[in-house]
Ligand binder design. Structure first.
Ligand code: SF4
Ligand code: SF4
Length: 323
């Protein structure tokens, strides 16, 4: 536990509530290698979900009707082992399925089937588009990423995304090496309006919601800030904007985050920082959940100083602002 964050909480731990969301990172393969990537993904990485872990995950999805949402995330989930098995089973069991896609994967060999497949399964798509201007996106994510993303959005619109199916976009604040330029996520509704106006006017692209993310100082970003010697300044900047009202809806309370090696965490950021979820001072395992027939073994969330990123101002979660 992190003392600085705990002090802000008046030394009270964040309690878990009934688990309803299973967020799964299927592996580390991604067709892109974005500069801002907090998980160090790139195309030649080989780590992906082990068969035994996949078996346990499918079993858990089957066994616990309390799981309402299965959220496939991290890296490029579509490229990793278990993707279709998990989507197919979850849809069959009437769970909401979210896929966090970089969209450009639709144009890679073997993955052209994805738009029709995702539409046929009524999967909700959350896609990162860190800016609506081509130059900014290509600088952060690689050449032609903006054009491919727009083309993918046009394909999804034709398949019914935005009307009967849901496509949400994600905006990330740009990171700076100057402390006077630190930024929180901007007003989500205003930014969504700007994105919608620009994308519909210039590319006839429509989407449902925009999620604005504040940068969380974990893994690659944390290393970057430490190299630049502004890590503590960034944490202080976020802590000045701490908003206790965000705690009500914080995403780590009702979710389990699972990695490709069967480990369980409270959230994706704890996952990249290797901070496993704990019960009775021990790491929880998928097997233990199955054996004890209990998805609610974890009582408290493991917090760290990067939690200030989720609790600053309007808050931040995988579903955007919290208040
Ligand atoms: S698309 Fe996502 S996972 Fe892949 S490199 Fe970019 S930020 Fe990382
Ligand atoms: S980083 Fe955010 S989601 Fe993760 S434990 Fe901290 S507050 Fe919760």
């Amino acid at each position: 536990m992190n003392l600085k964050f705990l002090k802000k909480l008046n030394w009270k731990l964040i309690k878990k509530i009934k688990i309803e969301v299973l967020q799964i990172n299927l592996g580390k393969k991604c067709n892109l290698a974005c500069l801002h990537c907090h998980v160090e993904a790139w195309p030649t990485r080989t780590e992906e979900l082990e068969e035994m872990a996949l078996k346990d995950i499918l079993e858990i999805i089957k066994k616990f009707p309390q799981i309402k949402t299965v959220d496939l995330t991290g890296w490029a989930p579509e490229m990793n082992n278990g993707f279709r098995e998990i989507v197919d089973l979850s849809v069959e069991l009437w769970k909401k399925v979210i896929v966090r896609s970089n969209l450009t994967i639709f144009f890679e060999e073997w993955y052209e089937y994805l738009p029709e497949y995702l539409a046929s399964k009524k999967v909700e798509i959350v896609a990162s588009l860190p800016c609506y201007l081509k130059d900014n996106v290509d600088k952060m994510r690689g050449d032609w990423v903006f054009d491919k993303s727009v083309k993918a959005l046009q394909i999804l619109n034709k398949l019914g995304y935005w009307k009967e199916l849901v496509i949400n976009l994600v905006y990330n604040t740009a990171m700076t090496d100057k402390k006077e330029d630190f930024e929180l996520a901007p007003d989500q509704k205003q930014l969504e309006k700007d994105y919608k106006e620009f994308l519909s006017k210039n590319f006839w692209v429509i989407f449902n919601n925009l999620f604005a993310f504040t940068n969380i100082a974990a893994w690659r970003l944390k290393k970057y800030l430490k190299i630049k010697k502004i890590y503590d300044d960034y944490i202080d900047f976020l802590s000045f904007a701490y908003n206790p009202n965000t705690l009500e809806n914080i995403m780590c309370k009702n979710q389990l985050s699972i990695d490709y090696m069967w480990n369980i965490y409270d959230c994706d950021f704890n996952q990249v920082e290797w901070v496993p979820a704990i019960s009775n001072w021990k790491k929880i395992t998928l097997k233990q959940i199955l054996e004890e027939n209990n998805l609610d073994l974890i009582k408290n969330v493991m917090t760290k100083d990067y939690c200030f990123g989720c609790t600053a101002w309007a808050g931040c979660s995988c579903g955007g602002a919290l208040v």
